[in-house]
Design a protein around this ligand. Sequence first.
Ligand SMILES: [Ca+2]
Ligand SMILES: [Ca+2]
Length: 415
Amino acid sequence: MDGSKLLFMLSCGIAMVNHTHAQSIQLLDFDETTPITVANLHEDTTVQTSLAIVRCVDTTPAVIPDCTCNLAYSNGPFDVWRLNNDKDFKAYFIGTAQATSTIDYDTQRTHLIIARCASPTESFTASVTIEVDILPNQQPVISNYPSATSQLFEGNIINPLGTTIYTVTANDPEGDALRYIMTQSPENNWLTIGAYDGVIRTAVDTRVITSDYIICTVTVSDGHDNIVNNFIVAARFQNLNTRPYISNLPSNITVTEVQTSGFVLETLTYGDDTPPTNHTALEPDCSVNPVSECYKIIYESETRQLKLKTITTGQLDFKTTSKYLITCVLSDGYLSSEGDVLTMYGYKCTDQSTEESCSDDDAFFAALIALTSLTLLVVLWHVYCRGKKAAQQPPLTHVYPSHKGSKIPTMRGYI
Ligand SMILES: [Ca+2]
Ligand SMILES: [Ca+2]
């Protein structure tokens, strides 16, 4: 409150005092000695709350005169009364249960209470004004704001699901219940945060985590539109599990339609540089696209070979299926290999019993088109050159014999 307003209110209180008595009315803090003119009230207050002592005093002699105080004016849910067994009248916020109006920092930040006191015979009357300033709800405070780093965790060991990574510590000035929300990068949802306790925990087995750092961004709210954004927690991991690999995939292979059962398409070489603690033997899982053709191809564990399955001659049909995609996936139980595809193309055969009848039709036609184009270019070049040469010959009408007695040429030749 500014000084001019305060001066006005004090003047107001004094002006209404009956000066025939050495009496006055005082506003006191609850230590009963400190004069106050302004009382603070938090906007979240819900119960009946006393704001100031309203006391009549007589300085000659210094006694508390017998007077009664009441509310003369208020523009809010306030009143003035004296509770049983209480020696003083006080100004009160009457509590939301009894109030017909509310207090809200955003709606009205200052209220006024005018208390009037009078002696039993009304020989003394006085009024005093109390300013009530509304305090807003405060936002939570996060320890270590704006960022923190978790301790270092081993990635490729057994960490129980829900292992605590970091606890976001926040306090609210009003003790409001806090709510925690978190986003993370990478967006794999490897971690989660307790909505009500702020504890960041693992949401997966750490052996599936493939990033040294998970950057967590936490928001804390107190439920009163007070939000603290962008508290950053860097969750750290080391010695992470890595994906097993198939070292000779992806690759391409070309076979002829005459190939039969047992023909080896590829012998897979694979491994895992970081086998998990409880790892099982690696075993590729292979699938074929188109699925309808999968019965023609098999993976043999003992030899690690991709082979043509037991089929009869003629079952490979590249006229119908131009290529096969054989995808093999290797898992260590937590991570899988990626992108390991053997693409099988084929030569079509006119005689399913001999490879000599097989050819890559597409390549043949491509070569034919290339040869035809080249031939056409050569022909066009010759035509062009002949035309150019003819253009360089002088016109017949410009040809004159250099020796005497020769005939003069005409457009029709010599005559
Ligand atoms: Ca708060
Ligand atoms: Ca591994």
